[in-house]
Design a protein around this ligand. Structure first.
Ligand code: NDP
Ligand code: MG
Length: 380
């Protein structure tokens, strides 16, 4: 018997997650119907995708048109279309927040890659999702792992998030301080967008993931541990009250968590490069994260524990600093210093509304840019 096709839209189809999602959908063609594909500036790729996958709509951040396919005016137009069974939010940065809220308000399930959405507005997003009976299935591999491990959340004691450690895991502090964008972008395990790759080098990515986990699963920060695991085979784990630890393992490929999130609760044979062999992997190493070398993790814990707008500030200051690093304006370690400085200046607003969150985000970004400009004219 043929099952009903799942109707899906992808926001950010031209990015690293988006293109891999389309590879999964191509493999599972009989399971999906694409309602909309949306991208930013890479309209050439969006057009190719549209011609191949024939969605009802496309959207780009600049003018685009493809014969026979409608062009949406806004991301909100796509996310309020109730034809969608699920929307994959795979844009990077704060662009993800509004469309996610719109989809939730329209009762559409979300496969969420965009972690900034939860870092900026996790309380509001999760509350709205609950009120609207909307499922938020994480795409981020660690959270997807935890989602797969949890049977009865009320009996889980602790979440254990694994971190590959990034390209500078065993490098000296001096090496990290002087790292170039090229070195920071050479991630040993994952091929991702630039922003998240730099976050992986400073381990801020892990910091953002701790905040993401707090919101997705409702755990206090002292019940969320981070362990470095360079092979990226154990994608995360949970510990039950009785001491049992359940982990999800797999070869490092984003196809697996993307597929899990968009086909949940079903599972199908997907894109597997080869089958899993413990014997071939042979060893799995674990070590404590070094907070001296990677202080961004500590900063994120602090922001998370403070709550309110502290995580909005963390996210905005870090993102601006990452852009400045990629532009060659600052050094890698300055990302931490700049973000910490912005955090210390920030006056925390408890329970900010969405409008307040966007205003704070803008304000922190402009202050961060100003601070960076002063720094770079003075120091370098
Ligand atoms: P990329 O930079 O590769 O892709 C970003 C996507 O967002 C692109 O499709 C881009 O379009 C689109 N975009 C940017 N601005 C706009 C806009 N104004 N309107 C519409 N679309 C826009 O990022 P990743 O795929 O690496 O990451 C996406 C999200 O997923 C991030 O939040 C990241 O933290 C998260 N994530 C990523 C992982 C990974 O393995 N890559 C793993 C876990 C989480 P265009 O290119 O056309 O400009
Ligand atoms: Mg991750």
């Amino acid at each position: 018997m043929e099952t009903k096709k799942r109707k899906i839209s992808i926001i950010g189809s031209t990015g690293s997650i988006g293109t891999q999602a389309l590879e999964v959908i191509e493999k599972l063609q009989d399971k999906f119907e694409i309602i909309a594909l949306a991208g930013g500036l890479n309209t050439e790729l969006l057009k190719q995708q549209a011609q191949k996958f024939k969605p009802e709509y496309i959207y780009a951040a600049r003018p685009v048109s493809v014969a026979g396919i409608k062009t949406a005016e806004t991301l909100d137009e796509i996310c309020s279309n109730k034809e969608n069974d699920i929307i994959l939010v795979a844009v990077s940065g704060k662009i993800g927040l509004k469309p996610t809220l719109t989809a939730i308000e329209n009762g559409i399930d979300i496969a969420l890659a965009n972690k900034e959405t939860l870092v900026m507005a996790g309380d509001i997003v999760m509350k709205k999702a609950k009120a609207n009976g909307v499922k938020i299935i994480p795409v981020d591999s660690e959270h997807c792992a935890i989602h797969q491990c949890i049977k009865d959340i009320s009996q889980v004691e602790k979440l254990i998030i694994t971190a590959s450690g990034g390209p500078f895991l065993h490098k000296s502090i001096d090496d990290i301080k002087n790292a170039t964008p090229e070195q920071a972008l050479a991630h040993p395990r994952w091929n991702m967008g630039k922003k998240i790759t730099v976050d992986s080098a400073t381990l801020m990515n892990k910091g953002l993931e701790i905040i993401e986990a707090h919101h997705l699963f409702g755990f206090d920060y002292d019940k969320i541990d981070v362990v470095v695991h360079p092979q990226s085979i154990v994608h995360s784990a949970i510990e039950y009250a009785d001491g049992s630890v359940i982990a999800q393992l797999g070869l490092p490929s984003m196809h697996i968590p993307i597929q899990y999130a968009i086909t949940y609760p079903e599972r199908f044979e997907g894109i597997k490069s080869k089958s899993f062999s413990f014997a071939e992997i042979a060893r799995l190493d674990f070590e404590k994260p070094d907070f001296e070398k990677f202080p961004c993790v500590k900063l994120a814990y602090e922001a998370g524990k403070t709550g309110g707008s502290a995580t909005v500030c963390l996210n905005a200051a870090n993102e601006e600093a990452v852009f400045a690093f990629l532009d060659g304006k600052i050094k890698l370690y300055n990302i931490y210093e700049i973000t910490a400085e912005m955090m210390s200046r920030h006056k925390v607003v408890t329970n900010p509304s969405i409008d307040e969150i966007f205003a704070i985000d803008e304000d922190v970004r402009s202050q961060t840019r100003e601070y960076i400009n002063k720094l770079t004219t003075k120091v370098y």
